[in-house]
Write a protein that binds this ligand. Structure first.
Ligand code: GAP
Length: 451
């Protein structure tokens, strides 16, 4: 097994197999912006589903919301984003590139890429100035004062401003949470590293409202829960760690933040953040909107809940899953590339293949199995080309199992099941395939790449 995974290999496979395309390619591309192809969409659906299942469907204490992308502009004044959601920006007058002043060591000089900005005598850097990362837009037909609005840079604020609605209508009592999945937008100065830092991404955030004296307990609880979710879906322990932010590093709202980091090809970097936001957001919105945002118990007890927030993007999870799963090995004389994805994350759960694509009988049996399975699972039928090539194609998109209809199927109604990772093949009755697949999907799964 190989652990020599570079971002270039991931980008190349994602493109070759239609997970992710550079956006607007026929117009010359739009830097750091991506479109998702069929397998990318299927994989994103799985990530979203697994998150929603763990955060909402399997719990009694969290409800869902789907708020607007463009909120009242005063939301972003109250949240502190208008004043403070900025990065320090510097320009180089020589190469005309822009850099984050706090990330110069991660950037390359426009003239001499082996050097960092400011390291060559020709570099002529401006003083840092604050650059707000929110995308501005105008609402309505006139571009006038008062029509300015923002694309949300996080989904969280759409949750805070609905706190009262949920408290009353969903009749909740802390501790309870509100979860949201949706696009967020940030005009990042230096996006890059494939999907890792993009300007448009899909966040999955959950705000968990708790009595203030329970905040620390729930903060620790959510760090463990989220870490275990990654382990459950196959990320290896040796590639995951939790890093607690120092007081200088925390966002303006945070009383404590821990990052779940993954060892990406670019080094250990934030996969998900878990923050104790205290009562900052509810207090700010209460002040700015003059609406009381607090919990009042039946016994008259009242307080502004503290908030614990696990927040992540589908993009960062997708990169981590693909990097963790990517493998190259030599089987017999041939090299194969395989994505050893968790079966519940793989875009296609099973391939259904007639051994001989020109055999009408095999095609008929395979198609009938396919029609049966597709009602419940993401399955793919393929009868084009040599069987070895079809297997390799499925390996590259991470399909855990292939059911093959062959000569013997025509005699005894059995098929072979090929396992993506071990390459073992077993024969099972066609009539038992559906149950076999259901059982296989429920088995505990560990990465064959080890820990
Ligand atoms: N509501 C809190 C919040 O938004 P954040 O640390 O700025 O906190 C949360 O973002 C998560 O969103 C990150 O851990 C990361 O998974 C994801 N994320 C942030 N910026 C991103 C970007 N430019 N591209 C892809 N994902 C991003």
């Amino acid at each position: 097994m190989s652990d020599d995974v570079t971002m270039d290999k991931i980008v190349s496979l994602s493109r070759r197999r239609g997970f992710v395309f550079p956006s607007s390619e026929i117009y010359g591309g739009m830097g750091s912006t991506f479109d998702y192809g069929h397998y990318g969409v299927l994989m994103k659906n799985n990530i979203r589903e697994r998150w929603f299942e763990a955060m909402v469907r399997n719990r009694d204490d969290i409800v869902a919301i789907d708020s607007a992308v463009i909120l009242h502009p005063r939301v972003w004044e109250a949240s502190g984003h208008v004043a403070g959601f900025t990065d320090p920006l510097i320009d180089c007058r020589t190469c005309k590139l822009r850099f984050r002043a706090d990330k110069l060591e991660d950037s390359s000089c426009g003239r001499k890429p082996s050097k960092h900005p400011g390291e060559t005598p020709e570099c002529d850097l401006t003083e840092p100035r604050r650059f707000n990362l929110m995308f501005e837009t105008t609402v309505g037909a006139l571009q006038e004062e008062g029509s300015r609005a923002y694309l949300r840079p996080e989904t969280a604020q759409g949750i805070f401003i609905n706190f009262k609605n949920v408290l009353q209508i969903a009749r909740r009592k802390p501790p309870f949470g509100i979860a949201q999945i949706g696009k967020s937008f940030r005009n990042e100065i230096t996006p890059g590293n494939f999907l890792f830092r993009v300007r448009e991404f899909e966040q999955m955030e959950m705000e968990f409202f708790v009595p203030p004296d329970e905040a620390e307990k729930w903060y620790r609880y959510w760090i463990d829960e989220r870490l275990n979710w990654y382990r459950r879906y196959g990320l290896r322990d040796s590639k995951l760690r939790v890093r607690e932010h120092g007081p200088d590093e925390r966002s303006h709202y945070s009383q404590g933040t821990s990052d779940i980091e993954y060892d990406y090809p670019i080094g250990w970097s934030e996969l998900e953040g878990i923050a104790n936001r205290g009562d900052f957001d509810l207090t700010q919105h209460a002040e700015h909107s003059t609406t009381k945002l607090e919990y009042v118990g039946q016994d008259g007890e009242r307080y502004v809940p503290y908030v614990i927030e696990p927040a992540v993007s589908i993009e960062r999870i997708m990169v981590a899953l693909i990097v963790d799963a990517y493998d190259e090995e030599v089987v017999g004389e041939r090299e194969r590339t395989v994505l050893r994805l968790h079966p519940k994350m793989a875009p296609v759960t099973a391939a259904i293949l007639p051994l001989i694509g020109k055999s009408d009988e095999m095609v008929a049996k395979a198609r009938s199995l396919y029609e049966d399975l597709r009602r419940r699972h993401s399955v793919e039928y393929d009868d084009g080309g040599a069987i070895g090539r079809r297997y390799r194609r499925q390996d590259e998109i991470g399909t855990p199992w292939a059911f093959t209809v062959d000569e013997q199927t025509l005699q005894d109604d059995t098929v072979t099941v090929r396992d993506r990772d071990s390459l073992a093949q077993e024969r099972i009755p066609i009539a038992g395939v559906r149950d076999w697949l259901e059982d296989a999907l429920e088995r505990d799964w560990k990465s064959p790449k080890g820990n």
